[in-house]
Design a protein around this ligand. Sequence first.
Ligand SMILES: O=C(O)CCC(=O)C(=O)O
Ligand SMILES: [Fe+2]
Length: 321
Amino acid sequence: MLWYHPLASAIVLSLNMVKNRIPLVNLPSDNDSSSEMMRQAARQVSEALETSGFLLVQSHYLSKDLQQDALVATKEILNDKDNSETILHPVDPKKYIMIQSADSIETLKAKDDQQKILKEYWDVMEKVKHQVLHCISLGLGLPPGYFSECHSKSNSCLRLLHYPPVPEESSSSLLDENISSPKIRCKAHSDYGSVTLLTSDGVGGLQAMIDGVWTDVPYVEGTIVVNIGSLLSDWTKGKLLSTLHRVVSNDKSSEPRTSIAFFADPDGDISASLGNNSSERAGMTVKEYIQYRAGGDNRGRVGVAFTSDETNRAEGESNKE
Ligand SMILES: O=C(O)CCC(=O)C(=O)O
Ligand SMILES: [Fe+2]
């Protein structure tokens, strides 16, 4: 039977491997570093970040209701045509608002209840960030607080994102001239800082470059997609991968898409190379590095899409698309 054909088994196996490379990890609700549950979660988190650079997590801090409410608020805020805070990306077909601190949510042009939801969401993301950093430290055999301690000042930001629907008339040309190139909604890039925590509305299209292949990042309701940025990758001397990713539109994902990216950056005044002297960031502070990657003012995050290592990887791998 075909099922037992060695080629068919290999295909099934590789599909499972892709699945397992972006595992879903339940973050333990207590912070006990010596518990078996914590040790297992720490292993799963660091293994995923070593092999694909991506995983999904579930945290007791985040309820499905809060996640849904935050998505609805995001959609409404970005749909308000009079909102001057909204930025149209210069290249990608997307619009977004950057929120640079929890306090600045109060001055966001949004209704009180929307601000309240986003504030609550921010506070939860701060907690999840520390849960993930705790697991990463433990998983790498470091003291549990090692990375959390470099994130003492909440140097995070929140990006509210909306991708408009792909127009009907262009659906026949969803595949550009080159039939194998799907339409790009967010160009390939790596993130800059330490940990990115992403909520999306379930419209597909997020892809990660894993072993040279653009791979769909699975969506599971109630979970957060976690990936890491170039700084954290560098701090671990490349052991943890800052993986290139992008958002595309294909026949399954041409609908409007809303997402919320929480970018956790380390404290601005510490060294961007954190003792890795071979790093191309040696001599820069975290704040300077983020500004360099963001294109100057840190407002739009449309600066340097990849580090030089990542550029090399991208050039090698884009041929395999
Ligand atoms: O919208 C998404 O799903 C991903 C966004 C992203 O990767 C980013 O803004 O850095
Ligand atoms: Fe990203």
